[in-house]
Design a protein around this ligand. Structure first.
Ligand code: BEZ
Length: 263
């Protein structure tokens, strides 16, 4: 776990764009659920390479010259923020810690896709989101829910333990009940909360390898390059029956989607 309460991962924006575009491509409809309106101020927490922030920015701008809204993307990774700025120079992106968003009850909505499960100190994040939102402002978010990518994490953990490494992943994948309790304790009214399976194809025959290499740094870091390769191969073997279709890897994603209103 990193010192700032996030799961350690070496984020490489170009690799993310090349191998993990499904992260934002498969959640375009989350922007529809957010339903950004012209003139709104919206923060995108964990914006990655900025594609969904840019989609939100297009909606908050007034088409007919009315008061313009503002979409700001935040990410903990400097590499992601740099990539987002270079792709969308007209949109604002900042490197920031989700536990201390720089707003004081001035934001209409906080949006977040596939970012919250990277953070261990969930109470601090909920409190920071609550502080950022005006009363009546909304949180619209998607994160991994209970059982998310369990075939992969079980295989990784089992393989690491067999090799004498500590094998406990640090991602936060809550149940709906657990997450609703957390939000209510943090001053939110939960309006909509859904857990659903979203089997997610990973690109190419090496899709699972790329997924583990792209996201699994915290677990794989103690290993040498040779050990890493051996673990990844062994994890592929363990997952093949459940996740390999004969043509591609399909990861067992389970999403938790929430709409909650700040009280
Ligand atoms: C997810 O989006 O569910 C996820 C991505 C990388 C690691 C763990 C979970």
């Amino acid at each position: 776990m990193a010192e700032d309460g996030a799961v350690d991962n070496e984020w490489e924006a170009d690799r993310y764009e090349a191998d993990h575009a499904f992260v934002y491509e498969s959640s375009q409809d989350l922007v529809e659920l957010l339903d950004p309106a012209p003139g709104e101020r919206i923060a995108d927490l964990g914006c990655g390479t900025g594609h969904l922030t840019a989609a939100i920015a297009r909606e908050v701008d007034h088409p007919d010259g009315g008061p313009s809204g503002h979409a700001i993307g935040f990410d903990r990774s400097a590499s992601m923020v740099a990539e987002a700025r270079s792709s969308y120079p007209a949109v604002e992106f900042l490197q920031a810690d989700a536990r201390s968003l720089p707003f004081d009850a001035t934001v209409d909505a906080v949006f977040s896709n596939a970012a919250l499960h990277w953070i261990s100190d969930q109470e601090a994040v909920v409190s920071s989101i609550h502080d950022a939102l005006r009363p009546g402002g909304r949180l619209v978010a998607e994160l991994g829910g209970v059982g998310n990518v369990a075939t992969i994490t079980d295989a990784l953990e089992a393989e690491l333990v067999e090799r004498g490494s500590p094998g406990q992943h640090g991602w936060y994948f809550p149940s709906p009940g657990e997450y609703a309790t957390l939000l209510e304790a943090g001053g939110f009214e939960v309006r909509d909360l859904r857990l659903f399976d979203r089997p997610t194809p990973l690109d190419g025959a090496d899709g699972l390898e790329h997924w583990i290499e792209g996201f699994g740094d915290e677990l794989l870091d103690p290993l040498s390059d040779d050990e890493r390769s051996a673990v990844i191969e062994a994890v592929e073997d363990r997952c093949r029956t459940d996740l390999w279709t004969g043509e591609e890897w399909v990861a067992d994603y389970r999403r938790l989607r929430v709409v909650a209103v700040s009280q």
